[in-house]
Design a binder for this molecule. Structure first.
Ligand SMILES: [Cu+2]
Length: 120
């Protein structure tokens, strides 16, 4: 009887893990860039975290950090060598240079927060 219970629990655990990774691997919808867009930084995610931006012209992204943990303190565009400090509960603008038509990841300094710019 006990072993049946343990098997059921094991099965539930595996299902839970698979479910978790399926959710984690799911892509959020692509958000079109507009100047009024403000990217929220909270609960471990950028919202939105996939943004379609125009290639070939300079744009400004706005970040609003609501996560007090040091993890969220910087946003880093490693391919562009841009790193910007985000004061808490504040909207911070990040100027980007002209982009090529490709994807540019942006993360926190520890890469827990992850987002992607799709320049097209
Ligand atoms: Cu972090």
């Amino acid at each position: 009887m006990m072993s049946v219970l343990i098997n059921v629990l094991g099965l539930l655990l595996i299902t839970g893990i698979v479910w978790w990774f399926w959710l984690a691997g799911r892509k959020s919808p692509l958000q079109h860039y507009q100047e009024s867009l403000v990217i929220q930084v909270k609960d471990g995610v950028y919202e939105p975290d996939r943004i379609e931006v125009p290639a070939g012209r300079e744009i400004t992204l706005s970040f609003q950090r609501e996560d007090a943990s040091p993890c969220a303190e910087y946003v880093v565009f490693s391919d562009l060598e841009i790193s910007k400090q985000l004061p808490l509960n504040h909207i911070t603008e990040v100027q980007l240079p002209k982009l090529e038509k490709r994807e540019y990841p942006f993360t926190c300094q520890m890469k827990m927060y992850r987002g992607i710019l799709v320049a097209s």
